[in-house]
Design a protein around this ligand. Sequence first.
Ligand SMILES: [Zn+2]
Length: 140
Amino acid sequence: MDIRIKIFIALSAVVLLCVSLGIAIGVQYMLIKDGGRDKDVPFTIVEMDVSAYCPCELCCGKFADGVTASGRPAEGFLVAAPPEYPFGTWMSIEGYAGGLPVPVLDRGGVIKGNKLDLLFDSHEAALEWGRKTIKVKVWK
Ligand SMILES: [Zn+2]
C-alpha cells in the first residue's frame, strides 16, 4: 500500500477519535450542567426535624376534632408542615408510609421552619416515632 494512503488513514483515525472524544466530553458536560439545574430535578432534599402526632386530645388539644387544617379527615398517612409548604405538597419520609410520598394536609402551632409532624393512627405509634432529624424528599 502506498505510504501516503497509510498516513492518510492513520490521520483520519486520529481526527475521528478526537472528534468523538470531544463530543462525548461535551455531552457529558451538558448532562452534568443540566442535572445541576433546579428545574430538571423533580424534588429537593431538606433536612427536617420530624415529630409525630395522632388525632387525640393529648396531641391536638382543642383541635382534636378529627379534621386537619386542610379540611381533610385526620386519618391515613399525612403530614403537618409549615405554611411555606402548600397543602397538597408531596413528601417522602424514610420510615413513614413505607417511604412513599405523602401529602401535606395539616398545620401546627409549633410546626415552623424545618419542622414536620407525621400523623399516626394511635398515640402509642406517635410516641414510638418520637422525634427524628432526617432528610426529607420534597416533590415539586
Ligand atoms: Zn395522640
